[in-house]
Design a protein around this ligand. Structure first.
Ligand code: SF4
Length: 258
């Protein structure tokens, strides 16, 4: 007799209808509507659009908006090989809720092997250069494959996340990757993201309940103290100016108005 597949996580509650949005505060309802409108605009204007999900809190909201309202946008994510187990479990929980698969991209095994054999398994702690090389091969290169062939990609960045993200525009040209970048959650606050997650009963990474705000690879992420910058737990041993993974370029090249 067939037995049920083992699962490391408890089932999430059933998804409520999107009608829950009517119970949100008016200001947040307006932001939800604006985010959906921007996603629809991006799909209408650019045809092939992909969302590269970080699997963080903002990603959960964006996944809900895309898979319930704009399913023509593809969703991808990157398994760097150093993600926390909670993050991998989250992929399964999200897919179960929406009965859809997101495309998971992995780094090139030979590249990782060569890097680790030359510099060690935790080379990222040794220098900024090695940390950035690790991010390049584990994140940036799979990301480049994830967006290949698309005309625009969606990000979950918010203005309030860090000083480096305060000037991002909703729709701008990503000169480095040669396509448009769409950021529908720029105006959302941290509290609004969580208000939405709880109202919709969305699955989220349990590490958030342990003080983790921005979650990346296990060895490069830690919980933050109250009052710290939301991204202070990422590469905490580095100067704040270097704390980006390479997927969010600092130089801004404005595109058409959103
Ligand atoms: S976050 Fe850390 S482990 Fe992950 S790719 Fe970057 S340096 Fe490597």
């Amino acid at each position: 007799m067939a037995t049920a597949a083992p699962t490391a996580v408890l089932p999430d509650p059933p998804a409520p209808a999107a009608a829950f949005r009517a119970g949100l505060p008016a200001a947040l309802q307006a932001k939800v509507a604006a985010s959906i409108a921007l996603l629809r605009q991006a799909l209408a204007e650019h045809g092939r659009v992909v969302y590269s999900s970080s699997l963080g809190a903002e990603a959960i909201v964006l996944t809900d908006l895309i898979w319930t309202e704009v399913p023509g946008i593809d969703i991808a994510t990157i398994d760097t090989g150093r993600l926390p187990g909670e993050t991998l479990d989250l992929i399964e929980r999200i897919e179960r809720r929406y009965q859809k698969r997101m495309r998971v991209y992995s780094p090139d095994a030979a590249e990782v092997e060569a890097f680790v054999n030359e510099h060690g398994v935790n080379a990222f702690y040794q220098s900024l250069e090695l940390r950035q090389r690790c991010c390049a091969l584990r994140k940036s290169r799979p990301f480049e494959r994830a967006i290949k062939g698309y005309a625009a990609w969606v990000t979950g960045v918010r203005h309030g996340q860090s000083e480096g993200r305060a000037n991002v525009l909703p729709l701008e040209r990503d000169a480095r990757n040669g396509l448009m970048k769409v950021s529908p959650l720029l105006a959302w606050t941290h509290d609004e993201v969580w208000q939405y997650i709880r109202a919709a009963r969305l699955p989220y990474n349990p590490l958030h309940d342990k003080g983790y705000t921005s979650i990346g690879c296990a060895p490069c992420t830690r919980a933050i103290e109250p009052g710290q910058d939301e991204r202070a737990g990422r590469w905490w041993w580095e100067h704040p100016d270097s704390r980006e993974c390479g997927l969010q370029p600092r130089a801004r090249v404005p595109g058409p108005a959103a």
